[in-house]
Design a binder for this molecule. Structure first.
Ligand SMILES: Cc1cc2nc3c(=O)[nH]c(=O)nc-3n(C[C@H](O)[C@H](O)[C@H](O)COP(=O)(O)OP(=O)(O)OC[C@H]3O[C@@H](n4cnc5c(N)ncnc54)[C@H](O)[C@@H]3O)c2cc1C
Length: 453
């Protein structure tokens, strides 16, 4: 009898788990259950359809139906997994009111997350949106046709990328963030201020340190009341609101199942992505991850993490062996022609965790000074004082951020010290870099600070 593998959720992690399971066991009967009507697509691409850089939402479909056929995967779209019976190893699924029981030898939970909508007074008025699914994107794009102004609550990456899309559509945009800076999970305030300056240059009104008290309007939104420390309350008029206020894990099924939920609200797994329930694995946005630096629990809701975890979950669910080492939260974005990336801890996060740190920050260029077309690049490194270990890095530049963040992620993962990073054998030619790699230069500055501290 072929092994029966059931995967709940068919997005980044579900589809990747299915692919890994198929590569591990060519005979397995693999079924994917997905409540949306599309096969796996890139949520990450949604803001770029809104901005017009990508034409159609359907262009975001990563795995078309032929792929599932070719991989011999039984994909059930518009189908809900309603219950799991671990004793019988059955999943109850439902489509158009018809229920079916699916037996499994291994089960993979790839149920992901949903947008968190805080219950702010007036949150249920017309004209309030979130951006998580393709349908959300389609609704938002329609709404964008009729509005002149928009207000985004939450200045994380989704807030920023959608603000960019609004501006590209000539919508006057306000970004409101509760914390005193934008991108608080990714950047320290000094780096965040550079990004704030850049987006302000493109006409976005950035309001930080402001709590949204109420969304006003009769049936339909017409404004938002915010409260700012020392300034009190004021109303900002707007035709539309986007809630970019975070993602909550979808763990309803797991709670019924009795799997453990971690302190961050995600499903707890071991390094092989198995849950506490026998033969049940979990991966992606629905799980709790651990920091590669010190194994601190963290929720790392990134597509990159989802696919890496899913490779491990799918391989193990199909009888193979693989281990997931942890996360650094490496992330990057590009808005208005400049790039922002980070990995590991920010200085603030590290200090809050009890690390004694020094930082090394430099501004350099992406090409030789005399070579035309170079851009400014700002690199900030976070170094743990006791062992001189690099534990974080942030980069803002007109170009060439991604692979430097990847370089830093490798350095952190390999537990490199600032001294080792400063002496890395990097490359240079005038059209592509300066002689001393900016990351190494930042490491040298951190070493100077280490000596003084
Ligand atoms: C606008 C936006 C931009 C992003 N940009 C980036 C980026 O640039 N880089 C990056 O790394 N990450 C990015 N992300 C995050 C990335 O999209 C997620 O980390 C990734 O989608 C997680 O994949 P997942 O499969 O674990 O979860 P999800 O994508 O949430 O998929 C889970 C699936 O499970 C289905 N499901 C859940 N419960 C059931 C059930 N009971 N029955 C049937 N089906 C069910 C859901 O319908 C869903 O399709 C972005 C996200 C958004 C929203």
């Amino acid at each position: 009898m072929p092994r029966k593998i059931v995967i709940i959720g068919d997005n980044a992690s579900g589809s990747t788990a299915a692919s890994a399971a198929r590569k591990t066991d060519r005979e397995a009967a693999i079924t994917l259950i997905e409540s949306e009507k599309y096969p796996a697509y890139s949520r990450c691409g949604l803001p770029y359809v809104l901005s017009g850089q990508i034409q159609n939402f359907e262009d975001l479909i990563v795995f078309p139906m032929q792929w599932y056929k070719m991989m011999n995967l039984d994909l059930r779209l518009e189908t809900n997994a309603k219950a799991i019976k671990p004793a019988e190893r059955n999943v109850t699924i439902e489509k158009e009111g018809k229920e079916e029981e699916l037996h499994y030898d291994s089960l993979v939970l790839a149920t992901g997350g949903r947008s968190f909508i805080p219950p702010i007074k007036g949150y249920d008025k017309k004209g309030i949106y979130a951006l998580r699914t393709m349908n959300d994107g389609k609704l938002l794009r329609e709404a964008m046709k009729d509005v002149k102004s928009a207000l985004i609550i939450g200045a994380g990456l989704i807030g920023l990328e959608t603000a960019h899309a609004f501006v590209e559509n000539k919508i006057s945009t306000t970004l409101v963030e509760m914390l005193p800076q934008i991108c608080p999970a990714m950047l320290d305030w000094d780096m965040a201020n550079i990004v704030t300056g850049k987006i302000q240059e493109h006409g976005i009104d950035v309001v930080v340190g402001a709590t949204v008290k109420e969304i006003t309007g009769n049936d339909r939104v017409n404004g938002v009341v915010i409260s700012e420390k020392d300034k009190g309350e004021r109303q900002i008029e707007t035709d539309m609101v986007l809630m970019a206020t975070g993602v909550r894990t979808r763990t309803e099924l797991v709670r019924q199942l009795g799997a453990e939920i971690g302190v961050t609200g995600g499903i707890r797994t071991s390094a092989d992505m198995s849950t506490a329930v026998p033969n049940v694995y979990a991966c992606g946005d629905c799980v709790e991850s651990h920091s590669l630096i010190d194994w601190q629990p963290t929720r790392n809701q990134l597509g990159t993490t989802a696919v890496r975890q899913a490779k491990v979950a799918g391989t193990n669910a199909a009888g193979g062996y693989s281990i997931f080492p942890g996360v650094l939260g490496s992330s990057v974005t590009k808005i208005f022609g400049f790039e922002v990336g980070a990995t590991g801890y920010t200085d603030l996060q590290a200090r809050r965790l009890g690390y004694r740190t020094v930082t090394g920050s430099i501004t350099s260029r992406t090409k030789a000074e005399y070579y035309p077309g170079g851009e400014d690049i700002k690199v900030k490194l976070v170094v743990e004082r006791d062992l001189a270990r690099v534990i974080g890095g942030q980069i803002v530049a007109g170009e060439e951020v991604t692979q430097r963040v990847n370089m830093l992620a490798t350095a952190i993962q390999m537990q490199m010290t600032a001294q080792q990073l400063a002496k890395t054998d990097t490359c240079y030619a005038p059209p592509v870099n300066v002689t001393i790699e900016p990351v190494s230069l930042a490491a040298e500055l951190a070493i100077t600070r280490l000596r003084r501290s």
